[in-house]
Design a protein around this ligand. Structure first.
Ligand SMILES: Cc1cc2nc3c(=O)[nH]c(=O)nc-3n(C[C@H](O)[C@H](O)[C@H](O)COP(=O)(O)O)c2cc1C
Length: 353
């Protein structure tokens, strides 16, 4: 499903998009599982990024939610992504919300989802990751809490313990809008309690870098607090951002659906938040920019707003996997055109408070 997938997507898109969005996604995962994996093309050295103690061949990775259960990390790496984030995974398996819960907004190149952390749980993901141990590739695991958990922080600690030896990095997802109350963990006292307990667990074992993923719907004062807490509690990276509960003007019929909005309309608010956080943190903590990346231009704009690394999801639904190599090649061309030796030189140069 590598070169073939890239070539076939334009022909398959009408078929996939005639299906319910979740069925189309299941079909895509099933096809990727069957596909032989080939080595991705080598990107130019100018795109290499050293961050989180890891060496990325270029900045672009897969955002969480596409492969919640770790079924296709290697086929996705073979599509030319430099890293893949699996999850969100919760300690116990859970079904998530009732279907339909995933909507394509084609006219807006956007998606609304209210999946609600449907996933097979820690054990299933651990088994899959253990089976591919030694294959290399940068694989992050995004951890969350069960909806009915009586101690959500304990669920994150369990996530850290479950994946500390298998993940290249861990992401603490406290920004999904689809688990009631989850985003309260972004408030200063709850964030300090959460990171405090995670740091206690980290002190007891060798752990990979710990990242926090935040919502794009935060107020400036929240960001001030968060930046202070991230620095004080030695967070290794911040992912900006998850989906938004806001509804900028949209055209598609599904615009009124409840859930998190992603894709093109998320680009402006998530990039603004990224720049705001970069203005507070500078390069002390690397930022991963995600939200509405759909072209080399939008990818480069995220970097200029302060992202050291990038992730995408929704644009793949509309443009297929060929978009990945197009963005990577476009970034390299942009560096060349601007006479920049490497991507680091562009990080944050357009972020100002
Ligand atoms: C269907 C769907 C499911 C998602 N599930 C998760 C998830 O489980 N955990 C998470 O942290 N983010 C999840 N996200 C958010 C994405 O990781 C990403 O932050 C967001 O979609 C913005 O990027 P994009 O505009 O490139 O899609 C999901 C997004 C979509 C569209």
């Amino acid at each position: 499903m590598t070169a073939l997938a890239r070539l076939a997507f334009p022909a398959l898109r009408p078929l996939l998009h005639a299906l319910d969005a979740e069925n189309a996604h299941r079909l895509t995962i099933a096809a990727l599982r069957l596909a032989p994996t080939a080595s991705p093309p080598s990107p130019p050295a100018s795109l290499a990024v050293e961050a989180l103690g890891l060496k990325f061949a270029h900045p672009l990775g897969l955002a969480a939610g596409f492969d919640k259960n770790g079924e296709v990390p290697d086929p996705m790496l073979a599509q030319g992504l430099s890293f893949v984030e699996l999850g969100t995974v919760t300690p116990r398996p859970q079904k998530g919300n009732a279907r339909p819960r995933l909507f394509r907004l084609a006219e807006d190149e956007a998606v609304i989802n209210r999946m609600g952390f449907n996933n097979e749980g820690h054990d299933a993901l651990r088994r899959r990751l253990a089976a591919r141990r030694g294959r290399g590739g940068i694989i992050g695991v995004n951890i969350g809490a069960n909806k009915d958990s009586s101690d959500r922080i304990a669920d994150y600690v369990q996530g850290l313990e479950a994946f500390a030896d298998l993940a290249s990095y861990l992401t603490v997802n406290i920004s999904s809008p689809n688990t009631p109350g989850l985003r309260n963990l972004q408030s200063r006292p709850e964030l300090e309690a959460l990171l405090g307990r995670l740091n206690e667990a980290r002190a007891k074992r060798a752990s990979p870098p710990l990242l926090v993923k935040i919502a794009p719907d935060l107020a400036e004062a929240d960001l001030d607090d968060m930046a202070e807490v991230f620095l004080a509690m030695r967070v290794d990276g911040v992912i900006v951002s998850n989906t938004t509960i806001a509804r900028p003007p949209l055209r598609s019929a599904h615009q009124g659906e409840t859930g998190g909005l992603s894709g093109r309309p998320l680009f402006a608010p998530s990039t603004r938040m990224l720049a705001e956080l970069y203005a507070r943190l500078g390069r002390r903590i690397p930022l991963i920019g995600v939200g509405g990346i759909d072209s080399p231009e939008s990818a480069f704009a995220k970097i200029e707003a302060g992202a050291s690394l990038l992730q995408l999801y929704s644009a793949l639904v509309f443009h297929g996997p060929a978009l990945i190599t197009r963005i990577v090649a476009g970034l390299a061309e942009r560096l060349k055109a601007e006479g920049l030796a490497d991507i680091r030189a562009a990080v944050g140069r357009k972020a100002s408070r």
